[in-house]
Ligand binder design. Structure first.
Ligand SMILES: *[C@@H]1O[C@H](CO)[C@@H](O)[C@H](O)[C@H]1NC(C)=O
Ligand SMILES: *[C@@H]1O[C@H](CO)[C@@H](O)[C@H](O)[C@H]1NC(C)=O
Length: 371
């Protein structure tokens, strides 16, 4: 009898110790900052692998420099921009929201909702058919919060979301895969370029406002890169290696107006929720002076075919450069892993020319003081 009681109390102690260990383990994970990612192929960690779409990066040589050396769905030879931000947070890379591995405690790290091919507008990337458009990504974010609520309760979920870092990257496809997709596209007949930019910026503002309403409190918003200077455009529209004037004009109109809506939103909210990343300038630095960053070229893609390796897709049959770190562009549209790391370096510690109103290191330092 006495022996049973001792044994029982031993078991109860073990159970209590286990429970304490489990709770502190969950608390430990909640205390770490979650990271949420929205947008297009520049930040997709593999959602499109789960979709019936042609916008995918699931065949070699994609992922050739990733730790597994296998394609992951990232449009990079290795890590992409969200991966380097995760590293700066001391966190695991965000799992694609559609990944079956995104369950239980893994949910507390955050999630990646991005989908290659999408834009601000619903009619951007229609040729890719089955992709997760931005309004759907935001619905998934709501669904995510319900799932996490079931795990740690609504209050903890709220603080996880409010305390999280968010990255959103949109806009490039609204030019490349909409307005300029074909000559005389529907949108280009409807709007001249400045009016089109005003229209998509006003739609972007609604999306950012919705993100705030869903609980986001620290959001990095990237501008479009130098979309006229990517190998695809050099091959199709450039003149003797010069960038496409039209697409550079589009980026030059879009980015300052994006900073304006970020200013407006922060003023309306009364807090610096949104931070603009001048990805155009970050990328122009190494496009204009590749050697200064250790690149042999910023014009020729590492993987591809045709002039500048800029035509068609990067496939197992494409030309492939031996040293990916020497190329600013991995494929016809996307930066190499090395270029992605340089971009995130500027997001972290760039001056106000690169990060408005402040860089990520400053934000992380501020927020750690407040908790
Ligand atoms: C995109 O589609 C969603 C769902 O149908 C709709 O709520 C939203 O207003 C649309 N966005 C634009 C810019 O038309
Ligand atoms: C950005 O970050 C760096 C490194 O943390 C810091 O020293 C610098 O002052 C910051 N720059 C601006 C303009 O906030």
């Amino acid at each position: 009898m006495a022996a049973t009681m001792v044994l029982q109390s031993y078991y109860i102690n073990v159970v209590i110790i286990l429970m304490v260990a489990l709770t502190s383990c969950f608390k430990g994970t909640v205390a770490q900052r979650a990271f949420f990612v929205f947008g297009d192929s520049l930040v997709d960690n593999g959602n499109n692998n789960y979709l019936a779409t042609t916008a995918r990066a699931d065949a070699p040589p994609y992922g050739i420099d990733y730790p597994t050396r296998r394609p992951t769905g990232r449009f990079s030879n290795g890590y992409n921009i969200p991966d380097f931000i995760s590293q700066a947070l001391g966190a695991e890379p965000t799992l694609p929201y559609l990944s079956p591995e995104l369950n239980g405690e893994a949910l507390l790290v955050g999630a990646n909702f991005a989908s290659a091919g999408i834009g601000i507008l619903n009619d951007t990337g229609i040729q890719f058919i089955n992709i997760i458009r931005i309004f759907r990504q935001l619905e998934y974010f709501q669904q995510y919060q319900q799932r996490v609520s079931g795990l740690i309760g609504p209050e903890q979920t709220q603080s996880l979301v409010n305390g999280a870092l968010v990255l959103i990257t949109l806009g490039g496809n609204d030019f490349v895969n909409n307005y300029y997709l074909v000559p005389f596209s529907a949108r280009s007949r409807q709007y001249n370029l400045p009016d089109y930019v005003r229209y998509i910026i006003s739609e972007y503002k609604k999306i950012l406002r919705r993100l705030y309403d869903l609980g986001a409190r620290r959001v990095i918003v990237t501008g479009t890169g130098p979309i006229g200077c990517v190998p695809a455009e050099l091959a199709q529209r450039g003149t003797n290696g010069g960038c496409s004037v039209e697409l550079q004009r589009a980026a030059a109109l879009f980015n300052p107006q994006l900073i304006q809506i970020i200013q407006q939103l922060n003023n309306e909210i009364g807090s610096n929720v949104f931070m603009g990343a001048n990805t155009r300038q970050m990328a122009l630095d190494f496009v204009n002076n590749p050697q200064a960053y250790g690149f042999v070229t910023s014009q020729i893609a590492c993987c591809g075919q045709g002039p500048y390796n800029g035509l068609g897709l990067c496939t197992p049959l494409s030309n492939l450069c031996p040293n990916r770190d020497e190329y600013a562009f991995w494929d016809a549209f996307h930066p190499s892993e090395k270029a992605n790391s340089l971009i995130v370096q500027q997001i972290l510690s760039g001056t106000t020319d690169y990060m408005y109103p402040m860089n990520l290191s400053t934000v992380l330092a501020l927020d750690s003081k407040n908790t």
